[in-house]
Design a protein around this ligand. Structure first.
Ligand code: IGM
Length: 451
């Protein structure tokens, strides 16, 4: 991160005197105390639990200073609001490094535009991009503050759960290029109407630098919100940029675009991926990447699996999969989202929650507390899996109707993974929605594949 302790305190307008602490260069900033390494700075956020409770662990792991909203017996930078301080620090860091920011709002899971853009830019520049789903008011500053010191181009994904989210992210990041891939109707956006989704996404121009450029679909739904004094490039049939040919194959696509002379290929199928690749190629062109480099980067695409994604089960059910890692805050957030979205007509909502690992001696408590995130009126069936989930299963049985909570063992003696998987397969109907969330080692990914 290459910032000193006093510099950080100044950037967030610390309310205490930090001159008594040595002004050393800090390592990383982390809000999960498990990730703190010697020399790091801790950020106590109010997640599922109050991060201030974990300040002692952060120092056990080698933190040299922590942000804090209250006086504590450890070296600290006193602030009114830790989340706001985190955002202020990221804003300061972007100004200091003067890195070029490319902002992309993706429709969750579907878009690979961010990865394609980053891989094209990486042929020519030191490039860093949003990892996983770190695209919200906490994930974006985290991404900014974790970019390598020599980064030249920063590709930031911006997600929206609520109106105003993208405004905050864009004004923080101040992109020189702002990309809207699609005005979707995706599950996670409970905005009511497509107009509201469009309005929310168009806030990506709120922080666009003077002389920047907006790249957006030729969808007329956004016409009401276009900026007056910025360059705008629209994509789609007959628009500024478009595909001039497209050949779909079983496992790849080849296509041409109206702004490059090369024949392009990407090693993934799906027509929409050609559009995503075209947008990425256009960003690369604007940033001065050669056509040869663009062609090569696209041909060798290495697309990472999205951490959180909506999938379709083979029987047609909707699957919200978040199976690679788990902490209490993330589990609470995804439960909130899953319980808020509209049910499919005639469909049920089913949650499959598995153990969160590596939570130390607070494991039992952190799992049991998840009861406050479960709403029996919003969930029709609850599957709980793993030894840490046993106490939650007992608590849930008290508030859910009979037979709607199913518990499956995984402990030293017994693993009922296959029974759970079979039960879910039998249970799942066409109109159902199912959420799967748990630590990677609980092997929920295998169940998602079977679905
Ligand atoms: O949802 S998130 O994962 N998020 C990250 C940013 O990008 C978008 C998604 C998320 C968010 Cl938004 C906020 C927080 Cl605060 C995650 C967290 C988070 O990491 N929360 C964590 C905890 C809580 N509450 S990590 C963690 C806890 C690990 N901690 C327990 C509580 C381990 C621990 C156990 C026992 C101890 O004594 C000390 C630490």
């Amino acid at each position: 991160m290459n910032l000193t302790l006093h510099e950080v305190a100044d950037a967030v307008k610390a309310q205490n005197d930090v001159s008594k602490y040595e002004n050393r260069v800090l390592g990383n900033i982390e809000f999960d105390s498990r990730l703190i390494k010697p020399g790091d700075i801790f950020l106590p956020l109010k997640g599922a639990r109050d991060g201030h409770d974990f300040i002692p662990t952060a120092f056990e792991n080698g933190a040299v200073v922590t942000f804090s909203e209250q006086d504590v017996a450890f070296p600290h930078i006193l602030v009114e609001n830790a989340e706001q301080a985190f955002q202020d620090l990221a804003r300061y860091y972007l100004a200091k490094t003067a890195v070029d920011v490319i902002a992309i709002t993706g429709s969750n899971g579907k878009t690979t535009t961010k990865d394609m853009t980053a891989q094209i830019l990486a042929t020519t520049y030191k490039t860093y991009k949003t990892q996983g789903n770190y695209n919200n008011e906490i994930g974006l500053p985290y991404t900014v503050l974790h970019m390598p010191d020599d980064t030249e181009k920063l590709v930031l994904e911006m997600g929206q759960d609520h109106m105003g989210d993208i405004h905050l992210l864009s004004t923080l990041a101040k992109p020189k290029l702002a990309v809207i891939t699609l005005i979707g109707e995706s599950h996670l956006e409970f905005f009511g109407t497509r107009e509201k989704i469009a309005e929310g996404k168009m806030q990506i121009i709120d922080g666009l630098v003077h002389g920047g450029e907006l790249i957006a679909p030729a969808d007329k739904i956004i016409n009401a919100y276009l900026p007056e004094n910025q360059k705008i490039t629209r994509f789609g049939a007959d628009a500024d940029i478009h595909l001039t040919a497209l050949y779909e194959h079983k496992d790849h696509l080849s296509f041409t675009v109206n702004f490059l002379d090369e024949d392009l290929t990407i090693p993934v199928p799906g027509k929409f991926n050609a559009t995503n690749a075209m947008i990425a190629a256009y960003v690369g062109t604007l940033e001065g990447v050669s056509p040869q480099h663009i062609k090569k980067a696209l041909a060798n695409l290495n697309l990472t699996k999205n951490r959180v994604e909506w999938l379709k089960a083979s029987n047609g059910a909707d699957v919200l999969s978040d199976v690679y890692n788990a902490n209490p805050t993330a589990m609470r957030l995804i439960l909130e989202t899953f319980q808020t979205i509209a049910r499919n007509p005639e469909g049920r909502k089913i949650a499959v929650l598995a153990d969160m690992k590596e939570l130390g001696d607070q494991t039992a408590q952190l799992h049991a507390e998840m009861i406050t995130a479960l709403n029996p009126e919003k969930l029709d069936l609850l599957y709980l899996y793993g030894e840490n989930m046993l106490s939650l299963a007992q608590l849930a049985q008290e508030i859910f109707p009979p037979e709607t909570v199913k518990y499956f063992r995984k402990d030293d003696e017994k693993d009922e993974h296959d029974i759970l998987s079979q039960d879910l397969l039998n249970e799942l109907k066409l109109a159902d929605q199912v959420l799967l969330k748990g630590s990677n080692s609980m092997r929920l990914a295998e169940i998602v594949n079977q679905l």
